[in-house]
Ligand binder design. Sequence first.
Ligand SMILES: Nc1ncnc2c1ncn2[C@@H]1O[C@H](COP(=O)(O)OP(=O)(O)OP(=O)(O)O)[C@@H](O)[C@H]1O
Ligand SMILES: [Mg+2]
Length: 294
Amino acid sequence: MNTMADVISLDRFRTAQRRGKPQPGTTIAFTGGKGGVGKSFVSANASVWMAKNELRTLTVDGDFSMADLNLLFGLAPERSVLDVLRGMPVENVLERAHGVDLLPGLNGNSMLANLDPAQAASIYVEIETLRDAYEATVIDAPTGLSDVGIEMCALASHVVLVLSPEPTSLADAYACLKALTARVGLDRAFVVVNRVDSASDAHDAFTRLEALVSRFLGVELCELPYIPADARAATACALGSPVLLQYPDAPSSRALVSMLTAVSSMAPSTFTHDAFVIPGPEDFTRPEAMEDVR
Ligand SMILES: Nc1ncnc2c1ncn2[C@@H]1O[C@H](COP(=O)(O)OP(=O)(O)OP(=O)(O)O)[C@@H](O)[C@H]1O
Ligand SMILES: [Mg+2]
């Protein structure tokens, strides 16, 4: 029998679906194998889109030691996740911008770049506890195969791989998916091709990645609407203001709304392993990727 809480939550879910809004409880992690493909750009805009949709939104700069979400939000935070590690209550570290609460990282901190598992776990516990107070969480995951990068994805309901159409980006996206499969058994992920000139270029990049993944990894990939290369996206980044707010009619803004509407109405990613049980040494070599993405 449904409780009153179930009925209210179902009602909110249906209302959100009707309006094409994100569903409360969504946690989206944006990840990718290659630096500079636009993970932080997309994370910043996803965050403000959640807030514009009246969801209480938490954004985590998961790139703890090379953090730059604060720049994209136009912030110069006084505190960071390093203060959380040193015992400061996480609520005191949050910075508010554009209707979003940001848990900032630090740029260029070697301690945060080399967290031991216990330190990393203590941060995850804080994030998990904190996000109970929010309706939507966005995680800007660090580039690549680090444990923190993978574990950040394992905290999410939706893992979105951001890539650009170059062969190196595809090879690195494949490597990232391979690590996520090996480490946490990722079964279903979302893919957005960013900074691309046309729908056919985006679809071609997705198809090449999907062919490789279905052959070697068996992860289900869901193609999201692409984001075009757009001078106003770069200008907004330089101004420290998300393009969705700065230039809502820009091509990249319209594409971001389509992409975010699509992903937040889709069934979540699935994982077959417990993220926090670390298996034996993994072999993350990827000769097949180098050969097949060209
Ligand atoms: N669709 C786009 N059109 C034009 N420029 C873009 C687009 N997306 C991102 N950029 C530009 O690319 C830059 C790099 O993006 P971003 O910092 O989000 O990459 P990243 O994947 O987070 O990099 P890193 O791995 O270093 O964290 C942005 O500052 C922005 O200027
Ligand atoms: Mg980044």
